[in-house]
Design a protein around this ligand. Structure first.
Ligand SMILES: Nc1nc2c(ncn2[C@@H]2O[C@H](COP(=O)(O)OP(=O)(O)O)[C@@H](O)[C@H]2O)c(=O)[nH]1
Ligand SMILES: C=C(OP(=O)(O)O)C(=O)O
Ligand SMILES: [Mn+2]
Length: 588
């Protein structure tokens, strides 16, 4: 399938280490994938769902202790500890290779090793990169087949000589949490993942390659790998402007990427097109603008809360050729269910643990981080530019997170440098996407805290550097918060489709068509410039959503000082200066 010696030698080496009984090279053909599906049904790894209602769909359950990313067991192994920075777990690569080498030794005895070639990004694009994942899990093969452009095309993209591919090794040997490791060796383009079967830990093209390894490559090669959705907003004249947005895991990327505008906007002819829902790779184009591609080929979305009202495009995307993980299995219909799908939980069903489930019991049927893996081509609003090797030009970059108070509905950075500051001080409540407490506010710069493959201070410097190169062609930078709550803890802003009203202001700002007011933290809309037509939110409530509480922000500034302190002399002086400006503004 490939004559690339770099690939062949490395596969030989890993086969010698893992000692599988059999090695199967994945060509991505329909026949081969169908065989693997049948195999995975025969071993109980997956259950085939109702072919009439959910054609080509399967359900899978992970182990109960293996349902989310494990940040405490995720490592960046650079030769110098300093290069991994204060926000990553680190170990000496030699020590880690030895330790994990012992765990991988013979781990695939009696098992099959699958060799998965995949291309991140459109095949043939200058922005795309190849990875190879070796795994003993058919679930991984079938998910990678949805999430990436997998098979022969990837070998063709790589060519016979290139050594520029990411070497991924995964085994699901033992599900003991204490033996679980998700390890990156960015200097060797290598990822080793052992003893997990959860998507974020084992679909190595996604967070491991497309963010952690790629961010490191981007720093060295002059581009950016970001935890961002990409959407195209079409106006009534048929012009499309592209927006990227970075929100932490389970904070609304997939939903915003597939937004359906409210009725009044649809009537005027506004549309949103999805280019990507999780990851953006961005380079400066020949025209000096920033261009983005989505390196993925599918959606690994959070199931709970997805329904025909909140996100019909996502739900429709899951109606065929989809793999569901850790959702409720409706036994009468052989279909799936999750909290927030509809008001009719199935009576005869298994919960995400595989136990008989009683919807009246008060126990959740689906895991809060249960997921669907759905092909991008299923999405009714997939962009015509999805496969464009050039990508799309970015007009605006949006940061955001879950904040019950502090952050207003939307504000704009004064310039790129201030925008980098705004991204760097992002904070958000933790979610079920990673193990650990949920709802605790933590700093998560650019939504990259768990995904930056090098020193985060140097990452900020890279952002500043990109801004210098982009000059006046740089996208405008904004911050949003859909999650402000009232005194009873209810979300004030309706969110979802109505986020269109905020996007409209953002695009109008970029076009020089909307005014703004200056606040201590940046530019905000004049309340009357946010269209509230058809909403039961009055101008006073909107003013509340836009308010900047100076006392809260003074506290915030203290927190930023503390956070910045971690980065020592890696913190760019521009950001320290921006913090001074913020404090001056707050004390005015
Ligand atoms: N209140 C509110 N919740 C939202 C909004 N957008 C998404 N969510 C919820 O946030 C959770 C995660 O959303 P998702 O789009 O899957 O996040 P992702 O992991 O960043 O892609 C789901 O429970 C959504 O229903 C919004 O605008 N407002
Ligand atoms: C795949 C994941 O992504 P997200 O929640 O950002 O969609 C994850 O966090 O495991
Ligand atoms: Mn998502």
């Amino acid at each position: 399938m490939t004559n690339n010696k770099n690939v062949l030698n490395w596969v030989d080496e890993m086969v010698a280490l893992c000692k599988p009984d059999k090695v199967v090279w994945i060509d991505g053909s329909k026949e081969q994938l169908e065989e693997i599906r049948a195999l995975s049904v025969s071993t109980g790894e997956m259950v085939k769902l109702n072919e009439e209602k959910l054609p080509g769909c399967y359900i899978h359950r992970t182990a109960e202790n293996d349902v989310a990313r494990v940040e405490g067991r995720t490592f960046i192994c650079t030769r110098n500890k300093e290069d991994a920075g204060p926000t990553n777990n680190w170990e000496d690569p030699k020590v880690m290779y030895e330790k994990l080498g012992a765990m991988f030794d013979g781990v695939m005895k009696g098992r099959t090793m699958y060799v998965i070639p995949y291309c991140m990004g459109p095949v043939g694009s200058k922005l795309s990169k190849v990875g190879v994942e070796l795994t003993d899990s058919t679930y991984v093969v079938l998910n990678m087949a949805i999430m990436t452009r997998m098979g022969q095309a990837a070998w063709d993209h790589l060519g016979d000589e290139s050594n520029d591919f990411v070497r991924g090794l995964h085994s699901k040997a033992d599900i003991d949490e204490e033996k679980r490791y998700i390890v990156h060796f960015p200097e060797d383009n290598t990822i080793w993942s052992i003893n997990s079967g959860y998507g974020g830990n084992v679909l190595l093209g996604k967070k491991c390659f497309a963010l952690r390894i790629a961010s490191f490559q981007g720093k060295n090669e002059g581009w950016m790998a970001e935890h961002m959705l990409i959407l195209g907003l079409e106006n009534p004249q048929g012009e499309v402007k592209y927006v990227t947005a970075a929100f932490p895991s389970a904070c609304g990327k997939t939903n915003l990427a597939m937004l359906i505008p409210p009725e009044i906007y649809q009537q005027k002819g506004y549309k949103v097109w999805t280019v990507g829902d999780d990851i953006a790779w961005m380079r400066i184009g020949d025209d000096g603008r920033l261009w983005a591609i989505n390196p993925e080929n599918g959606f690994f979305g959070v199931a709970p809360g997805t329904n025909m009202k909140s996100n019909p495009n996502a739900l429709i995307s899951t109606q065929k050729d989809t793999i569901f993980t850790n959702v409720v299995h409706n036994l009468d219909e052989n279909t799936v269910w999750w909290e927030g799908l509809d008001k009719n939980p199935p009576k005869n069903a298994l919960d995400w643990k595989g136990n008989k489930w009683d919807p009246e019991s008060g126990v959740k049927g689906a895991h809060p981080n249960s997921r669907f893996t759905a092909p991008a081509i299923n999405c009714p609003c997939i962009s015509s530019e999805f496969d464009n090797p050039e990508g799309v030009p970015v007009t605006a970059i949006v940061f955001g997170g879950r904040r019950a108070k502090t952050a207003p509905l939307v504000y704009q950075a004064r310039d790129w440098e201030h925008g980098v500051f705004v991204g760097s001080i992002m904070a958000s409540e933790t979610t079920a996407a990673a193990t650990g407490a949920v709802g605790v506010v933590r700093r998560d710069p650019m939504a990259m805290l768990p995904f930056c493959g090098y020193h985060m201070g140097d990452y900020f410097a890279h952002w500043l550097e990109m801004g210098k190169k982009l000059g006046d062609k740089a996208p405008k930078i904004f911050n949003v918060n859909w999650f402000r709550t009232d005194d009873e803890g209810h979300f004030i802003w309706p969110g979802f489709g109505d986020n269109m009203r905020v996007l409209e202001w953002i695009i109008n700002r970029c076009d020089g068509k909307a005014d703004a007011v200056e606040t201590p933290i940046g530019y905000e809309p004049k309340p009357e410039d946010i269209n509230l037509e058809g909403l039961d939110i009055d101008l006073e409530t909107l003013k509340g959503l836009l308010s900047v509480d100076v006392d809260l922000w003074k506290e915030e500034a203290k927190g930023i000082h503390e956070f910045y302190g971690k980065f020592g002399d890696h913190l760019p002086k521009e950001l320290a200066h921006q913090l001074e400006i913020l404090e001056e503004n707050l004390n005015k």
